[in-house]
Design a protein around this ligand. Structure first.
Ligand SMILES: O=C(O)CCC(=O)C(=O)O
Ligand SMILES: [Fe+2]
Length: 511
């Protein structure tokens, strides 16, 4: 599931010759012919509604209205913006009334979105912008001041990112990056060849009763007043859809609801009476199902406008996933994660591998890193259309961008061939385990116990696999870099005699 989580941090990262905004989030969170150069089409981006221009224009300008801001004019734009993030609505409006440049700095959408999310009004009408919604100003009563001689990347960049054309980045995919498409696969084909490879299936979703019956419009007609989760807010569907149809956000709020089955009262699953969808059969048995109602969150309904999507992340608990598009179109960019392969360009992983720092928005990523991403070994890309489902293998980084308004369903699962990865993750990356109920304090122990009850022979095989992996790591590194990086404070597997006994609990020695 995507990192719809609130960013841990948002800040500007300056490299020698580039300047892009970044954010830091949990790495796996419980849940987006170039004949023209990307972003080169000036006519496709409208002028800024206040007339603000990028900073570079200041060099040839005769006037810069920021100089009329008194002491504020001495602050770099980033610092000024940082200070404004600490003000409340009254202070922002008051300060914004003092001069044109401060009007521009105090009316940015990000400031008002943060105020709104921090203290959401009980009831409200979406008026097209966060500021007008927060201040209850229908667009018609909002006035705009021209700030024509203001030159600021801090103010202009979000506007550029919210309006730049996406096509130059998502078309002309190099053939070597293209994700393969099949009508369908058998379980045998999936499990022998495809569990570590992204692919698209074009048939299974078209057989679901839900396909073509569930669209944003039909959902609205039935569930207008039902609240769905969109990142940090729970809004009635009709409010979310007003927002979806009318916003100019650089990273539009994304509806990501894990309780949609209960909220819409549908039946799901292959052997369920009147089921409206089921996992494509090629994925076979899902080993997390041995956990019954103790399994971690596993399915989500996802809806969002053009430009919404998911920034780079890995899915939780080293699970695999399928993502089925019911309406709209999604652009996918994926990278495998392996010690011998490079990380996706522009992505930085924390020392303990729990946090990921990457460009602040999908558009920011496309502007700064897409061209190099395409040339990076391991890069895979595709456009997934309505009626298609994409397989995200366990551990792969992925970024997803909606190219039009879209509705999708996704489910995380554990196929037999990736069971060892999931067990290893639950055992070794305990601080990153997510999606389990709060009373589950030892997800690894719980999963092992349930597997032992349901399929002891599978568990024995998987522990064999883990033991071989442990030995290999031990041999290759003999307390080398990889172990230092991943198991800083833990004893090595071979030091503690990793073993798993069947029948006699005293034998059981699980780290
Ligand atoms: O459709 C999307 O935005 C991708 C969702 C995703 O990656 C996830 O659920 O983990
Ligand atoms: Fe994901």
């Amino acid at each position: 599931m995507a990192p719809s989580a609130v960013p841990l941090d948002v800040f500007s990262h300056v490299e020698e010759d580039s300047h892009y905004r970044v954010k830091r989030i949990k790495l796996s969170s419980s849940k987006i012919s170039i004949s023209e150069a990307p972003g080169d089409d000036p006519v496709a981006i409208p002028s800024h509604p206040l007339g603000i221009k990028p900073s570079g224009n200041a060099y040839t300008a005769s006037e810069d209205i920021k100089s009329a801001c008194g002491l504020f004019s001495r602050l770099p734009d980033e610092l000024l913006n940082y200070l404004l993030e600490r003000l409340d609505a009254f202070d922002l409006v008051t300060l914004g009334a003092t001069c044109k440049a401060l009007y521009a700095f105090t009316t940015t959408e990000e400031l008002w979105k943060n105020l709104f999310i921090a203290l959401p009004p009980k009831s409200f009408t979406w008026y097209g912008t966060w500021r007008s919604t927060y201040l209850k100003l229908p667009h018609t009563s909002e006035f705009r001041i021209s700030c024509r001689n203001l030159y600021s990347d801090v103010l202009y960049r979000p506007f550029h990112c919210a309006h730049m054309p996406l096509k130059p980045y998502t078309t002309n995919i190099p053939p070597k990056n293209l994700i393969p498409r099949f009508s369908d696969l058998t379980h045998e084909e999936f499990s022998t060849k495809w569990t570590d490879t992204p692919f698209i299936l074009t048939s299974p979703v078209k057989e679901w009763p839900i396909y073509e019956n569930w669209t944003p419009k039909t959902l609205l007609s039935k569930y207008a007043d039902v609240k769905f989760r969109a990142e940090a807010v729970d809004w009635p569907l009709k409010t979310y859809m007003d927002y979806m149809k009318n916003n100019n956000d650089e990273s539009p709020l994304y509806l990501f609801d894990q309780n949609f089955v209960e909220k819409t009262n549908i039946s799901v699953g292959k052997d369920t009476k009147d089921a409206v969808y089921w996992p494509p059969t090629c994925f076979g048995e899902d080993f997390f199902s041995v956990l019954g109602d103790q399994r971690p969150d596993c399915r989500w309904m996802i809806m969002g406008p053009e430009r919404s999507g998911s920034t780079f992340h890995k899915d939780p608990n080293a699970t695999s996933a399928w993502n089925a598009v019911l309406t709209g179109t999604k652009y996918w960019l994926l990278f495998p994660s392996h010690p011998t392969l490079p990380l996706p360009p522009g992505v930085i992983i924390s020392h303990d591998q729990s946090e990921i720092t990457s460009p602040l928005s999908i558009a920011e990523y496309l502007l700064s890193f897409h061209s190099i991403a395409r040339l990076t070994p391991g890069c895979r890309e595709a456009i997934c259309y309505a009626g298609e489902v994409l397989h995200v293998p366990s551990g792969w980084f992925h970024l997803v961008l909606n190219l039009s308004e879209s509705l999708a369903l996704t489910q995380n699962f554990v196929p037999r061939q990736r069971l060892a990865d999931v067990l290893e993750f639950l055992r070794d990356q305990k601080n990153q385990v997510s999606g389990f109920a709060e009373n589950v304090t030892d997800a690894f122990g719980l999963f092992v116990a349930r597997l032992k009850e349901s399929c002891p022979e599978v568990l024995e095989e998987v522990f064999g696999e883990l033991e071989r992996r442990g030995r290999k790591v031990g041999k290759q590194k003999s307390r080398g870099k990889w172990e230092e990086l991943t198991r800083a404070n833990e004893p090595r597997q071979d030091d503690i005699g990793f073993s798993f006994g069947f029948g006699n609990e005293d034998d059981e020695e699980v780290p």
